[in-house]
Design a protein around this ligand. Structure first.
Ligand SMILES: N[C@@H](CCC(=O)N[C@@H](CS)C(=O)NCC(=O)O)C(=O)O
Ligand code: FES
Length: 110
């Protein structure tokens, strides 16, 4: 499958997905670690892709997303942002409702 198709499939099939360096349990970069910690804190399941294991996605996603860096949080097929934005939204209490709403939809669909 073409990389862009793979990305589209991932963001469609996973209502909450983080593209990051390393894994939530073992992040390979402080920015990815911060976002993973916040996601864990929100208490809902989320998917992740370790872009260090997927150089094709690392190369293609920034073009597709029009966002140059990692991590990237995507909710329901839309880019929410990187580390700065996620931290800011979390601190303002704006992230949790988004996560909860997306997670609630997953639970209803099951
Ligand atoms: N200010 C950024 C910090 C993230 C960042 O600068 N990421 C860099 C270093 S980890 C990056 O992804 N560079 C491109 C790459 O490594 O492919 C944010 O809010 O997400
Ligand atoms: S890997 Fe060096 S700043 Fe993220």
């Amino acid at each position: 499958m073409e990389t862009v198709e793979k990305i589209k499939q991932q963001i469609t099939e996973n209502p909450i997905i983080v593209y990051m360096k390393g894994s939530p349990k073992l992040p390979s970069c402080g920015f990815s670690s911060q976002v993973a910690q916040i996601m864990i804190n929100c208490g809902e399941q989320f998917a992740f892709v370790d872009i260090l294991q997927h150089p094709d996605i690392r190369a293609e996603l920034p073009k597709f997303a029009n966002w140059p860096t990692f991590p990237q949080l995507w909710i329901e097929g839309e880019l929410i942002g990187g580390c700065d934005i996620v931290v800011d939204m979390f601190q303002k209490g704006e992230l949790q409702p988004l996560i909860k709403a997306a997670a609630a939809k997953i639970k209803t669909e099951e």
